[in-house]
Write a protein that binds this ligand. Structure first.
Ligand code: HEM
Ligand SMILES: *[C@@H]1O[C@H](CO)[C@@H](O)[C@H](O)[C@H]1NC(C)=O
Length: 330
């Protein structure tokens, strides 16, 4: 009896210390980080994003993708926003060249809105502004709302070289997708939920032209692609199409953040190999079916996944800096 209780207390103490260890990594970010320094930060960012969105709806998709590309390269530290005097910054890498300027502009404008409040001036990081603007963009387009963890600091380094091999490619298979997401502590379910962001926005034809014109030596058209959809894609993206032409990634509702992306996958209407494989591969199909059947299941999984994405490689405490101008280190 006595020994049993001792063992119980010991194992309790052990599990408490494990819990403390496990939580310390993310405990550095807090949803109320600016409670005393800039209590209005959320509404300041939200109104800047709303205003920008009213000028162009591209704001939403541009901001969400910018956040993803920021977090996967050197962590969520706003390094992707740093300007490039020598064409050598993150944003100069081919994988980042298609990031629309409206995403960068959203952060610059939200930063100006935050800094217009004398209490807040130079207290809120560009990395946190991007995280908040991303949530606001998702909400504006009909997606789930969620509390954004804050307290990131801005990085001082932005290099083209660090983008190489950091971002997933549209021709990736499931193993390649899982490998690159797991490097950032994200699970297969997180990866599938986050891919649901392709419910918004557009892609240039070059990103999938192989699938409709020259898949491999036996199939000109990717057999996992819905044939009618493939014909539509050929019409929108003829051979030698103007490289600036971009088409919706969610064939049904590309302005609305919903679970249509997953319903499209069930019909063979995933635009990239990396989209369609989530349904083709039996290991990920059950999750696609779940998200297609339940908007709630998708929204819950998305919130938890983007929260985890927002913790990737963050600088906290006295690391990094609060950038005065989001486009250059202090
Ligand atoms: C799973 C692996 C992923 C791959 C291979 C991938 C790849 C791509 C590609 C190739 C484009 C088209 C770019 C263009 O031609 O302009 C694109 C667009 C986009 N991606 Fe992803 N992506 C992935 C995951 C994500 C994630 C996790 C998010 C955000 C949470 C995201 C958000 C977006 C958005 C919003 C767009 C539309 C951008 C616009 O309209 O300008 N993607 N993605
Ligand atoms: C072409 O792609 C199909 C479908 O993925 C596959 O079954 C086939 O083996 C491929 N053929 C070649 C020659 O790679």
């Amino acid at each position: 009896m006595e020994a049993g209780r001792g063992a119980l207390i010991f194992s309790f103490a052990l599990s408490v210390s494990f819990l403390l260890l496990a939580s310390s990594a993310s405990a550095q970010l807090r949803t109320d980080f600016y409670k005393n320094t800039c209590p209005n930060v959320e509404s300041l960012v939200r109104s800047a994003v709303t205003q920008k969105f009213q000028q162009t709806f591209i704001t939403a998709q541009a901001t969400v993708r910018l956040f993803f590309h920021d977090c996967f390269v050197r962590g969520c530290d706003a390094s992707v926003i740093i300007a490039s005097p020598n064409n050598n910054a993150e944003k100069d890498h081919p994988d980042d060249l298609s990031l629309p300027g409206d995403g960068f502009d959203t952060v610059i404008r939200a930063k100006a809105a935050v800094d217009s409040d004398p209490n807040c001036r130079n207290k809120v990081s560009c990395a946190d502004i991007l995280a908040l603007a991303t949530r606001d963009a998702i909400v504006i387009t009909g997606g789930p709302s969620y509390a954004v963890e804050l307290g990131r600091r801005d990085g001082r380094i932005s290099s083209k070289a660090s983008v190489q091999h950091s971002l997933p490619q549209p021709f990736f298979n499931l193993d390649q997708l899982n490998t690159i997401f797991s490097k950032h502590g994200l699970s297969q379910t997180d990866m599938i939920a986050l891919s649901g962001a392709h419910t918004l926005g557009v892609s240039h034809c070059s990103k999938f032209s192989k699938r409709i014109y020259g898949f491999n030596s036996t199939h000109r058209i990717d057999p996992t692609l819905n044939f009618q959809y493939a014909m539509q894609l050929r019409q929108m993206c003829p051979l030698n199409v103007d490289p600036r032409v971009a088409i919706p990634m969610d064939a049904s509702t590309f302005h609305i953040f919903d679970n249509a992306y997953f319903k499209n996958l069930q019909q063979g209407k995933g635009l990239f190999i990396s989209d369609q494989v989530l349904y083709t591969d039996p290991r990920s199909r059950p999750t696609v079916d779940l998200f297609a059947a339940s908007e709630t299941a998708f929204r819950d999984a998305f919130v938890s996944a983007i929260t985890r994405l927002g913790r990737v490689g963050v600088l906290t405490g006295s690391m990094g800096e609060i950038r005065i101008d989001c486009s250059r280190p202090n």
